[in-house]
Every structure is written in structure tokens, then in C-alpha cells.
Design a protein. Sequence first.
Lengths: 139, 139
Amino acid sequence: MNGTATIGRIDHVGIAVRKIEEALGRWTPWLGAPANPLEEVPTQRVRVAFLRVGESRIELLEPTQPDSPVGRFLDQRGEGLHHLAFTVPDVDAALAEVARSGGRLVDTRSRPGAGGHRVGFAHPATYGGVLVEFVEAHP
Amino acid sequence: MNGTATIGRIDHVGIAVRKIEEALGRWTPWLGAPANPLEEVPTQRVRVAFLRVGESRIELLEPTQPDSPVGRFLDQRGEGLHHLAFTVPDVDAALAEVARSGGRLVDTRSRPGAGGHRVGFAHPATYGGVLVEFVEAHP
């Protein structure tokens, strides 16, 4: 697989927040209101809102439990940039490509993420401290 | 000014790295090589490389001095996501809008950034821990 050809665009930039309603108050004057209502993603133990910006989105993430990945992130680092998501045609193929090239993974297989799209995370160690998510390409 | 109308797209996502050549080795298999050679931005005391992804770019930032904003970021937080840049038609107007709405600024006026484009930074406190950069709209 030629990895270069598989990344389509930045699907979204994930931002960890303590209170999603407060965060929306900061962002919606610039980006407009979310197209969809707040969504709970049980597999990641977060409530999320997506704000469209060009071909990408900003994802605001509020943990639903303190002892969750985003809850621990907030404890350790505070609010701020959390992850970077790229569209790929095939999430499982992208994860396999990371593993084949010696990278570490959070998810060895894709799973359902926000909006029901297939997603999968590489480990931050693979991309120099950046938590990278692959999201199946969608409109 | 209606802020909602002024954000065009994600211009780039800035990633702080210790060695830009090593970071390019991680990212170019996915995103392809930089369109332009490495560039030094004296006003920010960094060397940068931009990798195109869709309508946006990934900016890799290596500090040229330890006692610089990105150098201190690396000391305190390590490598990883550093800032989020949006295109706006007028950087000074965007900075003025942040100030008018009670936000804090790093730059009260725009200044030349990478590629010679006008840029300006809001303070992370304004956007819940996210360092936001405004970049004048360009092709």
C-alpha cells in the first residue's frame, strides 16, 4: 500500500474540554452552531459536538467519566488540542500500514466512532506525540 | 463584525518537534514531501516545514533556540500538537474582534509569518487551552 495516496483530508481536530456548553460559547461565534445535536460516544466515554470549518471540523470532547482517556488527559494536561483525525478510504488498512511500518496502535481494528463512522487510533508514540485518528472517508 | 463569516478553513495544524528531519520521516510516507524547502521564521524562532493535506497543511515546527516559545513548549509538554491556524480575510480585524469580545491576545497586531503571510496569535486562555493563529487567506 502506498500510504501517501490514502490520506484524504483533515477530518477533524479534537479538542478536550471540561464543559462542552462553555466551549461552544467560545467557538460558535467564529464557526457557527453545530450541524447536529451533541452526541454521546460510549466507546470513547465522551460527549462530542462537531463544528464545520471548510472541509474539516472541530470536535469538542467532554469526558462522561473522569477515569476515561479524555478525563485523564484533562487531569494531566488541561484543556486543549487532543487529537488529529484524517480521512482514509479503509481504516483497517491504515492501521495495518502503521503496524507494518513499525508504529504502535491504540486500536488494532477499526470500531464505530462519532456519527457511526469507522475509526481507529494510532498510538501517540508513532507520530511524535500526536494522537492520530483515522476516520473512514464520508461526505 | 460577524465573526462567524470570517473563518475560511483550517490553514494548518502546528506540531512541535525536536528534530524536523526525523518528523518528516514519520509524516511524509502519509502526506508526501513538503512542497517548499524548510523555512526559518525568525519572528517565531522556528524552522518549519508544511505538508499539504486537502485544503489544509500540517506545519512541523522545530525551535531554533531553547529559550523560545516552541522550545519552552517542548520542555514543558514534549512533542505534539501545538497550535491551530484558521484563514481569515483580515488578521488585524480578527485580532480586534477577539479583544472586543473580551479575549486575550499574544499579538495585538498582525506580523509576518511563514511564507510571508500576515499572521497573529490569540492567547490560549481565550480558546480553552488552544493556541489559535489567524492567517491571512491565501491560495
